[in-house]
Design a protein around this ligand. Structure first.
Ligand code: PMT
Length: 401
């Protein structure tokens, strides 16, 4: 169940007897590596206590829309943005009706309105309520809007009836949830992804570098692996863990990053350069620590580093090559210049003058530029953006074949 590792799941619980299974569901989701935040409707708390779910999820349980204290800690918009996926289990007939009507009359439905994450429901209700034409119409409308329904199953029900409407078992729901993260759009493809900063040594203890945390590149590597690709992640020094199912190659300098990028390049289908590579390095690395002298000004001589992504784009055979452009002004113009100059197929521009996106933040906002199109992807978590970017890159790559 690797696909759930580090996934941020909002588990919504609505009122129904199957809510007792949500405790086991929370435990299994956590066990599969997901970070789970439980959101309960008022009627769900009649069936199972928030305390149980708090203990099992390891996070506070969210219940009220108009609770200033809870909103200050993590408000409904933050929760909506935080989620990689919203899973509602059990989803009652009433909850499905409210979602269909686009209502935001409690915390859970409001989060569903505010999120851009996929929403999945595990319906649970009496068989007659499930068969009711109103519920069936609601189910169809929800599906047509892209909401996924897991089940319901058929069998004996808590009320003594037998038929469709049983909530799937927690194990089945966890499996279905994990499947949502597997797109298959890059199955059989090999991707090389550069990430993080480079360090250009001056002496044994000092270097020139930048603020890249690697979060953007690592999120892209994770999304690519989830899309079925075989991923080589070439990373400068960062403090985050490599995503599962990726091959991590650790490097320090731009020159090391270049040789790792060129090794096996003939097998690479798509190359994505998310690393913040130092444009220059000291002309020489002192053998011993440079001592402080008496002079007020110290001169440091720099020499240009090789341009990794341009070298890759100029190779033969050339992989589909995607660069990033980190700019602080005139973002789109500079990015278009880099697309041309470096011979790229696609460039992803981001504004690194802002502290809420770009370097070292958990969110980003980008513009994807090709020869033909310009597409803006609004501010979202780097992990969500990475998912969209990978799907977009996969589609563009396929269009060139
Ligand atoms: O790591 P994070 O904290 O998550 O931050 C993400 C990010 C801001 C680093 C990322 O989104 C980003 O913009 N990466 C590219 C940063 C950069 O170096 O941009 P640039 O405009 O200077 O370079 C343009 C492209 O050429 C980039 O794809 C870069 O990887 C590549 N390049 C640059 C210089 C060089 N010598 N070799 C290169 O391959």
């Amino acid at each position: 169940m690797q696909r759930l590792t580090n996934k941020q799941v909002v588990l919504g619980i609505s009122g129904g007897i199957a809510a007792y299974k949500s405790a086991e569901l929370t435990r299994l989701l956590k066990g599969a590596g997901a970070d789970v935040r439980v959101v309960m409707t008022p009627s769900a708390t009649e069936f199972i206590t928030p305390l149980t779910l708090q203990a099992l999820s390891g996070n506070p349980v969210h219940q009220h829309l108009l609770d200033t204290e809870a909103e200050a800690a993590m408000g409904h918009i933050e929760l909506a943005k935080w989620a990689d996926l919203i899973l509602i289990a059990p989803a009652s007939a009433n909850l499905m009706a409210r979602l269909t009507a686009g209502q935001g009359d409690d915390l859970l439905t409001t989060i569903c309105l505010a999120t851009e994450a996929p929403i999945c429901l595990a319906p649970a209700m009496n068989q007659a309520m499930w068969k009711d034409s109103g519920t069936q119409e609601n189910a169809e409308k929800l599906i047509s809007r892209g909401i996924k329904l897991f089940g319901p199953g058929v069998g004996e029900q808590a009320c003594g009836d037998t038929g469709p409407g049983r909530m799937l078992e927690p194990e089945e729901i966890v499996q279905e949830t994990a499947n949502q993260f597997e797109t298959g759009s890059l199955t059989g493809k090999t991707l090389f992804i550069t990430a993080g900063p480079t360090r250009e040594a001056m002496d044994p203890v000092r270097y020139i570098s930048n603020h890249s945390s690697g979060k953007m590149g690592y999120a892209i590597a994770e999304a690519a692996a989830e899309a079925g690709a075989s991923v080589k992640l070439i990373s400068g020094p960062v403090n985050i863990k490599a995503p599962e199912r990726t091959q991590l190659i650790k490097v320090e300098s731009a020159e090391e990053m270049l040789s790792a990028s060129l090794e096996g390049l003939e097998n690479c289908d798509i190359f994505i350069a998310a690393a913040a590579v130092a444009d220059y390095r000291p002309t020489a690395v002192a053998e011993h620590k440079i001592k402080k002298g008496t002079e007020e000004i110290m001169e440091l001589h720099l020499v240009k580093n090789p341009d990794i992504v341009a070298t890759v784009a100029g190779s033969s055979p050339k992989p589909y090559t995607v660069g990033f452009a980190a700019e602080t002004k005139d973002v789109l113009n500079y990015a278009r210049g880099k697309l041309e100059r470096k011979g790229l197929d696609l460039i992803i521009a981001n504004d690194v003058s802002r502290s809420d996106i770009g370097f070292n933040s958990d969110e980003n906002a980008v513009t994807v530029i090709s020869q033909q199109d310009t597409l803006e992807l609004p501010q979202a978590s780097k992990r969500q953006l990475a998912g969209s970017l990978i799907e977009l890159i996969a589609a563009q790559y396929k269009a060139t074949k």
